[in-house]
Design a protein around this ligand. Structure first.
Ligand code: HEC
Ligand code: HEC
Length: 324
């Protein structure tokens, strides 16, 4: 018995990838626990958790949230489902496992301490290209209930640095930093390489023009009626470093972790150079009586595809090869 134990420990030292498959090369990151999602809480709480789950799966169609969404995405488009089929239980960057246990948490972007509901609303304004649901509404409470359910039994550990759960925080920060370095060196050649990777590894699901195919979500552009399809230029995904960090961890679907650093950087350089909605924070905040209180000390923010490239010292026209 004893020797068997030793053998298991020894083999996990020799093959660390076998013991901790998700974080094979990143031993400093905490191992993600398994959360049992087979049983909902009882009574009204269970109904709210289920409603939250349903909203995350159908955010742009659900009657409680559709007016808050300005594109054709759902929360689960980026907070991917794991093997239990529930949004946010996949293990890549963007998991909701452990998220609620990190809140309230400090956010550098808003320069305030944010609640989980504040954090959810920020994805509405940016990733969903929409508006902030009022905190006390059924939809907002239901989403917070669902995310909190995915931290049941985990120890509280409020995050002093960023509004991120324990299993996202450090790997997100590390990856974002890595890709910032790479993206600052981007040229038109990287754009062309990204275009080719997109055609070979992404277009089958997301469409050659990034418009989405069936239930595979859109990455950029507009409908024939002129409505924006995907995330806006204030979202994390639209930033050249953050988009690459998310994509490397999660895409192609089911094959997260297979793109090299340079491939992830190039493909998101290409994707994030395509047309998407400008972000104007002021527009999302007013009228105040409809939006409720906005817990932020930063009240002005404006971004475009061009300014997102400029943030890395890049000229969008030169990168795209359309400079005159
Ligand atoms: C276009 C992609 C995208 C969509 C759609 C999206 N998010 Fe996010 N979200 C992100 C990214 C990127 C992060 C930052 C990565 C991270 O913190 O793990 C994030 C972070 C979060 C976090 C903090 C998670 C953590 O532990 O760090 C919450 C909570 C959240 N989103 C809620 C939502 C909700 C609710 C919706 C739907 C209304 C939504 N998001 C839609 C991209 C998206
Ligand atoms: C096998 C199909 C498939 C392939 C291939 C694939 N994706 Fe995805 N992708 C998805 C699905 C499905 C989702 C949303 C998950 C959900 O709704 O459950 C998604 C979500 C995304 C999102 C966030 C949501 C959005 O629409 O903005 C981005 C960004 C993305 N993929 C980029 C890529 C890139 C870059 C590649 C190529 C390297 C790629 N994907 C390859 C299926 C795929």
């Amino acid at each position: 018995m004893k020797s068997l134990k030793v053998a298991i420990i020894a083999s996990s030292l020799v093959f660390p990838g076998l013991a901790v498959p998700v974080f094979a090369s990143t031993a400093q990151f905490p191992k993600m626990p398994k959360i049992n999602t087979s049983k909902y809480p009882k009574g009204e709480l269970g109904r709210m958790v289920r409603l939250g789950e349903n909203i995350m799966n159908n955010t742009y169609k659900n009657p409680l949230t559709k007016d808050m969404v300005g594109n054709k995405l759902n929360c689960r488009s980026c907070h991917l489902a794991g093997s239990d089929g529930k949004p946010g239980t996949a293990k890549g960057i963007g998991t909701f496992i452990g998220t609620a246990a990190a809140f309230p948490a400090y956010s550098k972007r808003e320069k305030t301490v944010q609640t989980l509901q504040d954090r959810i609303n920020n994805c509405f304004m940016r990733s969903m290209n929409g508006k902030r649901p009022i905190i006390d509404t059924k939809a907002s409470v239901a989403m917070a209930a669902y995310i909190t359910w995915l931290s049941q039994g985990l120890p509280m550990k409020m995050n002093e640095k960023r509004p991120c759960g324990l299993y996202n925080s450090n790997r997100w920060a590390k990856s974002v930093k890595k890709f910032a370095k790479i993206q600052r060196k981007a040229t038109h050649q990287n754009y062309l390489a990204g275009k080719e990777i997109f055609a070979n590894k992404c277009a089958a699901c997301h469409g050659v023009n990034g418009q989405g195919v069936g239930s595979f979500p859109p990455l950029w552009g507009k409908t024939s009626k002129g409505e924006w399809l995907s995330y806006n230029t204030g979202s994390g995904m639209s930033k050249l470093n953050k988009g690459a960090a998310w994509a490397q961890s999660n895409m192609p679907l089911g094959q997260g972790g297979t793109l090299t650093d340079q491939e992830s950087a190039d493909v998101m350089l290409y994707v994030d150079a395509q047309p998407r909605a400008d972000f104007d924070l002021q527009k999302g905040l007013f009228p105040r009586d409809k939006m409720g209180y906005y817990n932020s000390n930063v009240l002005k923010e404006h971004h475009s595809v061009k300014s997102n490239f400029k943030a890395f010292g890049l000229d969008l026209d030169k990168i795209r090869g359309t400079a005159k």
